[in-house]
Structure formats: C-alpha cells, structure tokens
Design a protein around this ligand. Structure first.
Ligand code: PLP
Length: 374
C-alpha cells in the first residue's frame, strides 16, 4: 500500500461543497483585494489564537519580513534565531540587511535552546525569532526573560504551530508579533500562499496594515516603504471555511501521533527508532510533523527504503542554515551548532496528516521495521 506524506485531496473531498460556495461568492462579487472576507478571517484567527489583533498577509515569509520592516531593523542590526528551521526564518533577516545570528537548538524539542541565548546577545542585537517547530512551542519564558533584560523584540515564528500552546496559552501572543503561514502543507493550509501576523498590542496593527499595502495611507501618500504583502480575499474565504475544522484536524493529528507511539512500541523496531518527545512546556502540541530520529547511516537506509516502498517521508532540514551556501559570508563553520547539525543528519518526517488511517500507519511502521531488520 502506497502512503503519501500528505494527502490534501482527502481533506478537500470532505469540504468541496462549502469551499466552492464561498469561492463562487467571491467570484460573483469580483472583490478580490482585502474587504470583509479578509477582515472577518483576521478576526476569526485572532480569536482562535487568543490575541486582540491580526493582519492577513501574502505568506508566512512575508509575515516575518514585515515584522522586521515595521520595527525598522536593517543594516548594522543583528537578529537571533536557530539554524534548524525553514529557510525563511533567517532569509528575511538577511533581506532587510541585518545579520542572522544563530543559536543552537535543544535536541529534544528541536527549538531554540535558551541556555545558549544570552551569550549570543550583543549591543547590535534587536530581536529574537524563536521557532515553534513541528507543531510544538519553543520554551518561551526564558527567551522572553532574555528579551526583556536586553530590550529586544520577540517575533514568534508560529508557521508550523497555529493553535499550539505554551504552558496553557496559545502561541503567537507571547512576543510582540506572531507569524502564521497558510502554505498548503501547514495545519491550516490555503489554496496557495497566505500568512498572518498576530499581535498582542493592537497599537501595532496600523503599522502592519500600512506596510502590507506599500506603506500607503491615505491613498498615494507613503509615510514608509512597505510592499504588496496583501492576503487574497479568495484565500481568506477558503481559510475561513477550513478554520472551523482545525480543532478536529488537530485532534486527529494528535491521535495519529499517539498511534505511532503505540505501533513503534509494539514493533521489532522498538528501541531502534527515536520517537518525538513533547516538551513539558508544550501543553498543546499540534503535530504539524511527526519526526523520528535514527543514526545517520540508518536514516539514509530508511529514507531510501521508504521511497522504494512508495511511502512518503522527508528530511526537514538536511542542511542547517549556518551551512547554507548563501550564508557563507556569515563565517560559521561545521561544528558551530552540533545539535542542529546532528538533527539535520538524523531526522526523518513520517506522514501524520489528519486523514491518515490506522492501516496506513501500520504499513509505515512495518516497513521501517523491515528495513531496519534487513
Ligand atoms: C512554512 C514556514 C515559513 C514560511 O511560510 P510561507 O507561508 O511558506 O512563506 C516560515 N517559517 C517556518 C518555520 C515555516 O515552516
């Protein structure tokens, strides 16, 4: 039985009528830019995440970029994040002309290790971008404490973690800004690219709204240089329909994660496969990815074997960002961030999407056990 890493068609089949209806409404109105579809969706997501204000934008990457732009972060500034994340987290720092400064991850949660954070702060540091990776929050309290001591902005990269909770509260509202992505493979995925910036401080909303529309207010008067970072009304309409199902999908992802733990425990692969751990602070893990760990040589064998068996899996992320060619000028070396480097060599993501069946999960676990036995 072939098992895809992600099957978006299974989800669409359950919502086809509802989604086509709202898309028809947008088409009939021919109102594609901003408007009530967007403001309604912003209110819904803000309420879902427990923050007072939100700004819908063109992507998760643009959400991160805009936070740095409205903060006036640029040449001469440093922004701290981890090298074990999707490229956009650090790419946006470089794009505004600032310098990405990396801090290694905690090997259990794969999120920024606060123990190394304060040593990375310099007089040039302006902001910290903790990443809530794979669906669980970073350890925010110690990160916020360092930020407060040094007067730094905290921008949460919650692209993979909508609805995740840190010690009982939803992520995105701990820092000054929280960034969401609605890329199709995220837990709440659009029909293309879209994103959102959450903020616990409604006074920051005005700057964000201007920035996403070329810094323009009123029309054709530009107090700042922004960009076209608008979310499409069509995406907002589709995502509003899907948001109503997010809690159900999250519960299914959590059930699938629990089932993997049971299946691996009962399998001959038990003890050979490192299973993901939910950190004690991560009171609601939304399971965007289910990432196992294997010694590098075995990881390669399992990766190849699953591919041959038509079982979807992927490596997030094979090259830590400090080792990316485009960041060579930052001067980092192999060995600078050993936990990020080890995670890049040893991790493998398995299918976890909500519609995945128990039989499919058994196929995945049996295939891994067979590869490891062979
Ligand atoms: C997906 C993702 C982004 C970027 O979001 P896009 O909507 O694809 O631009 C940023 N950070 C992380 C951790 C992500 O997973």
């Amino acid at each position: 039985m072939a098992v895809p890493l992600l099957d978006l068609r299974a989800q669409y089949a359950t919502l086809r009528e509802d989604i086509r209806r709202v898309m028809d409404e947008v088409c009939d109105a021919q109102a594609f830019i901003l408007g009530s579809r967007v403001s309604d969706f912003e209110r819904e997501v803000a309420a879902y995440c427990g923050v007072p204000a939100a700004c819908g934008v063109s992507s998760g990457s643009d959400a991160l970029l805009m936070c740095l732009m409205v903060a006036g972060i640029g040449p001469g500034d440093e922004v701290i994040t981890t090298p074990y994340t999707f490229f956009a987290t650090a790419g946006v720092i470089h794009r505004v002309g600032a310098r990405p400064v990396f801090v290694d991850i905690d090997p259990v949660s794969y999120t920024l290790d606060p123990a190394h954070l304060e040593a990375a702060v310099t007089p040039r540091t302006r902001a910290i971008i903790p990443v809530h990776l794979y669906g669980q929050s970073a350890d925010l309290d110690p990160i916020l404490a360092v930020a407060q001591r040094h007067g730094l902005l905290v921008i949460e990269d919650a692209a993979q973690a909508i609805g995740a909770e840190y010690r009982g509260r939803r992520v995105g509202g701990f820092g000054e800004y929280g960034c969401l992505s609605f890329f199709p493979s995220k837990n709440l995925g659009g029909f293309g690219d879209a994103g959102m910036i959450l903020t616990r401080d409604p006074a920051r909303l005005d700057g964000l709204m201007k920035c996403r529309n070329h810094g323009m207010a009123p029309a054709y008067y530009h107090g700042m240089v922004g960009g076209n970072f608008r979310i499409d009304a069509l995406q907002a309409a589709v995502l509003s329909v899907k948001l109503k199902h997010l809690d159900d999908w999250t519960a299914r992802r959590q059930a699938n994660a629990a089932r993997y733990h049971e299946l691996f425990a009962a399998s001959p692969a038990a003890g050979l496969v490192g299973l993901p751990v939910t950190a004690p602070w991560a009171t609601r893990h939304v399971q965007n990815q289910f990432v196992i760990r294997l010694p590098a040589a075995r990881r390669q064998a399992v990766w190849d074997g699953l591919k041959a068996a038509e079982i979807g899996c992927n490596v997030y992320y094979p090259v830590p960002l400090h080792r990316q060619e485009c960041f060579a000028a930052l001067g980092y070396r192999e060995g600078d961030f050993p936990e990020s480097e080890r995670a890049a060599r040893e991790t493998l993501a398995l299918p976890i999407y909500p519609e995945l069946t128990a039989a499919q999960q058994r196929t995945v676990v049996d295939a891994i056990a067979a590869i490891l036995a062979g």
